[in-house]
Design a binder for this molecule. Structure first.
Ligand code: ATP
Ligand code: MG
Length: 422
């Protein structure tokens, strides 16, 4: 036997038994986004590497060590996208969607990060991202958060909490940065290797550490809230007032900084305690500087991305089962001529009843073998077409789930019968 090839570590197949839950989630999100007036955008999975080093930031985990980057045959450096915001901004600038306009956009698809695979952390994973452009006021921050709250409700998830913070403007952050550098320098011995590396390049990221041994040091660090500029304070207060008005519970976590560089003012995370260490199912915030940083005209922006694998895991954890619609009909055909007539009948029935789920027996087989397959298929009825039935323009209807006598009916009424009984 030839050697078997396995999928790449951290990159998983989503098998047919799992796809119904994915489809339920995707459809729920799609309908919800439509109900808020958001439009879908689809970007390529591969972008110029420079897009991510400029957007996400040179000294982030993603750009430093997680990107799948490679040289194209012409020497261009390309990257499998690790996230969607950068590509969405790139597309918005390229197609003139942003300047002096408001946009409410969303996208869905795979993202790639070369992280250490573990529960809830994969090398290919999926996000649904939502991005808004051209709206500087906190009403849109609140709308995005309300949308999340609504989605968890529709998915039947009741154990997701909201943490929010404000990072202020980049000017305000500069003063805080200096204070943090001096605080962490005073405790240099207690920093882990990552934090030592980050100390001068990106000290805020130390607050985002996942190392439990650093938690206490981080907890006692100076508070970003004390360094906020007046306008950011007002923006944050207005956001909180709106969340209160909507009855959306939150906690302010002044250590919440997010792993990407481009955020300003509002940041938020939706977190569950039911999935262990990888508990953030959705994260986002405001990134007013990014459009300009990527060569567009200054445009305020706010968005979020949710991790589909983590949401699916949470749904499974809570016992959600997508109610998949079973097959209505399994069509059994006995003999060569019946096979051709059956092919025609199957097409006719599917055209007559668009919602009909009809699986046609393929690959031949004895009557007994076909009945077995029919039973295993989960279909409600077997339709049986044999030589006799063909001669009389009839068909046999056998209920596979109820103990009823089978009936023979005219082929002219089979569509009516199925419409009434499926
Ligand atoms: P984390 O702190 O868990 O590494 P992050 O800050 O890197 O997350 P974002 O870039 O904000 O995550 O991505 C948004 C969401 O995408 C996360 O909250 C998470 O649900 C999901 N996500 C991110 N990285 C992965 C991954 N490697 N595998 C599965 N889901 C992921
Ligand atoms: Mg990460």
């Amino acid at each position: 036997m030839a050697k078997k090839i396995q999928s790449i570590r951290g990159m998983h197949d989503i098998l047919p038994e799992q796809t119904p839950l994915w489809q339920f989630l995707e459809e729920t999100v799609r309908n919800l986004l439509a109900s808020y007036g958001y439009q879908e955008i689809r970007m390529p999975i591969v972008e110029m590497s420079e897009l991510f080093s400029r957007a996400v930031g040179e000294v982030t985990d993603i750009v430093e060590k997680e990107m799948y980057a490679f040289a194209d045959r012409n020497g261009d450096m390309l990257t499998l996208r690790p996230e969607g915001t950068a590509g969405c901004v790139r597309a918005g600038i390229q197609h003139g969607l942003l300047h002096n306009q408001q946009q409410r956009l969303w996208y869905a698809g795979p993202m790639f990060r070369r992280e250490r695979p573990q529960k809830g952390r994969y090398r290919q994973f999926h996000q649904i991202g939502v991005e808004t452009y051209g709206i500087a006021t906190p009403d849109i921050d609140a709308e995005l958060i309300a949308m999340g709250a609504n989605l968890w409700k529709q998915l039947g998830l009741d154990n997701i909490r909201l943490e929010i913070n404000s990072l202020g403007t980049s000017e305000a952050r500069k003063a805080y940065r200096e204070t943090l550098i001096s605080y962490f320098s005073d405790h240099f011995d207690r920093l882990d290797a990552d934090a030592k590396n980050r100390l001068h390049s990106n000290p805020l990221r130390i607050l985002d550490t996942k190392n439990p041994e650093m938690k206490e040091l981080v907890a006692n660090a100076p508070d970003l809230q004390d360094y906020l500029d007046e306008e950011s304070k007002e923006h944050f207060a207005a956001l909180k007032a709106r969340l209160d008005a909507l009855g959306i519970a939150y906690t302010v976590n002044s250590r919440l900084v997010r792993g990407l560089d481009y955020y300003s003012r509002t940041v938020f995370e939706w977190i569950t305690d039911a999935l262990g260490a990888q508990g953030t199912v959705c994260a986002g915030g405001r990134y007013d500087g990014l459009v300009e940083q990527l060569g567009g005209r200054a445009t305020p922006a706010c968005g979020f991305a949710m991790g589909i694998e983590r949401l699916i895991a949470l749904m499974q954890e809570q016992g959600s089962i997508a109610d998949t619609k079973p097959l209505d009909v399994y069509l059994i055909m006995a003999g060569d001529t019946a096979e051709i007539a059956g092919l025609q009948l199957a097409e006719k029935l599917r055209a007559a009843i668009p919602s009909l789920r009809l699986l046609s027996n393929c690959g031949g087989g004895s009557f007994k073998a076909q009945i077995k397959r029919a039973d295993k298929s989960g279909a409600k009825y077997a339709l049986i077409l044999g030589e006799n039935e063909m001669v009389n323009n009839e068909i046999v209807v056998k209920s596979l789930r109820e103990n009823k006598a089978q009936e023979t009916i005219s082929q002219d009424v089979i569509a009516d019968f199925l419409t009434k009984n499926k």
